[in-house]
Design a binder for this molecule. Structure first.
Ligand SMILES: [Zn+2]
Length: 388
């Protein structure tokens, strides 16, 4: 007997019955009639065979139908589910499928490519679009794995606006400027910013230019009716750090005065450490990290500092009684109406006023070493991977 014209896969059950039943008792080959077989039995067997064929046909149709009901919806879900995920990523820039997905990112090239592909028309039924799905997740998690991903840091390059150069060294013979602290502070702050951003941090600078701030300036920041005064300069820095909601800040300076007369170490880190200071313990911890990092990174760059230490701000002020440094301390009206709302320190790396140390501070390698010391100290503070 020849099987029906259906293909082997769709007619699998019928083919099996045929093969097993052939020539066995109880199974009938209705193309041949046994000699002497009564017509009634033949008719009955014929009827039986017709029923079997009908049943077999029904089974085949039901099989085909159930296969369609299961396979097609699964295919549809795979395609439309992926499209919905990719479109959502592309439209809102929100990474909900990732565990750390509450933070927004810029669109990665992989997401943009997949998104524009999907928006250009319906998906063709090929394997290629489905293969795109894992790529955005991989790209996003790589950003999220940066050590300072999602952290917020404030950097304050000291001096600058109002013609405030800070400490300055000039050639005694020619009067030519050798090093100006405000320039040095900004350069190191920009280097530190770049290092921190490469590690995933969000960074704000109080100034990115020589003579103005990153907020509108000149301004009456402390509301005393005078615009652009020294109190406004300092209050403006505090406000920029607070408005950015920085978790920690670092004010970047280099020292001035005569290091041999004043009892100061080459590297000095200043913090607000009294009972009226809001973040005394945290700032002290950060101060140790910054001091240690400056000491070791400067040595790596070829200059070993003569001492590196942490001092409270009251020890650096010569007024009687000594006052807290504006940026570090609690409010002190009328000039100082808002205090920094996060831990932070002020770092003095070497002396601008020393010709030997100014020569070091003018080296690219030394500036980069100082920036790396700041970045490493801030990272250690924020991630809890150092300190004492
Ligand atoms: Zn300074």
């Amino acid at each position: 007997m020849v099987p029906s014209g259906l293909g082997w896969c769709m007619d699998y059950g019928a083919q099996l019955n045929y093969g097993i039943g052939e020539g066995k008792p109880g199974m009938v080959d209705n193309t041949e009639q046994e000699p002497g077989e009564p017509p009634a039995q033949k008719l009955y067997l014929s009827l039986l065979q017709t029923r079997k064929e009908r049943r077999s046909r029904w089974i085949r149709w039901l099989g085909a139908l159930s296969l369609s009901l299961v396979v097609l919806p699964v295919l549809w879900l795979l395609i439309t589910g992926g499209a919905t995920y990719l479109n959502a990523s592309s439209a809102s820039r929100t990474i909900s499928p990732v565990a750390t997905g509450s933070t927004s990112l810029g669109a990665t090239p992989a997401i943009t490519a997949a998104g524009s592909f999907l928006s250009s028309g319906p998906l063709p039924l090929t394997a290629t679009p489905l293969n795109l799905l894992p790529k955005p997740a991989g790209t996003i998690s790589a950003s999220a794995q940066l050590p300072l991903y999602g952290r917020r840091i404030g950097l304050d390059p000291g001096h600058g606006p109002r013609g405030d150069a800070g400490a300055v060294l000039t050639d005694p013979d020619t009067g030519k400027l050798i090093l100006s602290e405000d320039d040095f502070n900004l350069d190191v702050a920009l280097r530190t910013r770049d290092l921190l951003r490469a590690r995933g941090a969000a960074v704000v600078l109080t100034r990115e230019a020589a003579d103005t701030f990153t907020a509108p300036w000149p301004a009456d920041a402390n509301g005393d009716g005078i615009v652009g005064a020294s109190g406004d300069d300092l209050q403006e820095r505090v406000d920029i750090l607070n408005n950015f909601k920085a978790e920690v800040f670092l004010s970047i300076h280099a020292n001035g005065g005569d290091p041999s007369v004043v009892e100061r170490q080459d590297v000095q880190v200043v913090y607000c450490g009294d009972s009226d200071c809001n973040f005394a313990e945290q700032s002290k911890q950060l101060g140790h990290l910054v001091s240690d990092q400056l000491d070791s990174k400067l040595a790596d760059a070829g200059y070993t500092p003569d001492g590196a230490g942490l001092v409270t701000d009251l020890n650096t002020d010569s007024s009687v009684p000594p006052q807290h440094l504006f940026l570090l301390g609690p409010v002190n009206p009328p000039r100082h109406v808002r205090a920094t709302a996060m831990p932070g320190v002020l770092a003095e790396s070497l002396y601008v006023s020393s010709p030997e140390q100014a020569a070091q501070l003018n080296k690219e390698s030394v500036r980069q070493a100082i920036a790396l010391a700041y970045a490493d100290a801030l990272q250690a503070f924020l991630t809890g991977t150092g300190g004492n």
